[in-house]
Design a protein around this ligand. Structure first.
Ligand code: ADP
Ligand code: MG
Length: 257
């Protein structure tokens, strides 16, 4: 389980005034639960994920994973407890899908990177869960966005961590592939009992599938079940505009006349 205790998120630019995006955040990511992080562009979704994953120090408070302060863990110990999926394509272009997924085992292998029987087993399980068998020999650079998204999730699964964080895993995907990716994330949580959190702009889909919603908006954070978030009216306020309207009943946005 990952726990944020009264954290403030943002950036210390070395000047007198740090950029504070949100304060006093308390949240838990628990096994079996899928959490969606929503909010307008620039509200701090990526910053929150980077802070929860230990890539970025909070301005105040602390993040604990499995009961330990995440920033006190070595990189290897962090990588055994938490996988962060950013799906940047650059460094993976020339690796085959299999090689890329095997990299998920790096925290467990020796310095030669040789895979043990247990490593191979974890890789196989990841391939099966993400249905990547037909693509294993293909170079990552030749994959579609949806396929690469699945490969990145496969690698996180091979890493076999109790917590998985993903930054916008459904961006650039068509609706069917968005649904497929979200179902996979839900299954990571439910069937593999992981704590899974992802950021997204697909608010309606998040309300359909997530167990917990974290809503960041103009320095405020609201956390609750989809129904609690809808009832709070925060979604309508988040995109205050004459152009879009959120209907609490249908849980969908529409463009105003
Ligand atoms: P989101 O993912 O919700 O679109 P981000 O977390 O990327 O938002 O960014 C939130 C705010 O923090 C933005 O105003 C952005 O300009 C700022 N920001 C992002 N990264 C840095 C950084 N490394 N240093 C300073 N400010 C940053
Ligand atoms: Mg972002």
């Amino acid at each position: 389980m990952l726990r944020a205790k009264d954290i403030s998120i943002g950036y210390n630019s070395g000047t007198k005034h740090p950029l504070v995006l949100a304060q006093h955040i308390n949240l838990n990511l628990v096994p079996g639960q899928l959490t969606a992080i929503i909010g307008p562009n620039g509200s701090g979704k990526s910053t929150l994920l980077n802070t929860l994953s230990g890539q970025l120090a909070p301005l105040a408070g602390m993040v604990e994973i499995q009961g330990q302060a995440i920033l006190k863990l070595s990189n290897f110990a962090q990588a055994k407890t938490l996988a962060l999926v950013l799906t940047k394509k650059e460094f993976s272009q020339h690796l085959s899908v299999l090689e890329f997924i095997e990299l998920g085992r790096t925290p467990y292998t020796n310095w030669l990177g040789r895979l043990s029987a247990e490593d191979h087993q974890a890789v196989e399980l990841a391939i099966k869960a993400t249905q990547l068998t037909p693509l294993l020999d293909q170079k990552c650079g030749t994959l579609s966005d949806g396929q690469m998204q699945r490969v990145a999730i496969g690698r996180a699964l091979a890493q076999d961590t109790p917590t998985v964080l993903l930054d916008e895993p459904t961006t650039h995907l068509d609706l069917a592939h968005k649904a497929q990716t979200l179902k996979l994330l839900k299954s990571l949580a439910k069937d593999h009992q992981k704590a899974v959190a992802y950021s997204t702009h697909d608010i309606d889909l998040a309300l359909d599938i997530a167990d917990q919603i974290i809503c960041i908006h103009s320095g405020y954070i609201n956390i609750g079940t989809p129904q609690e978030i809808i009832d709070s009216g925060i979604i309508g306020q988040m995109f205050q505009s004459d152009l879009v309207r959120f209907d609490n009943k249908t849980r969908r946005f529409s463009i105003s006349d």
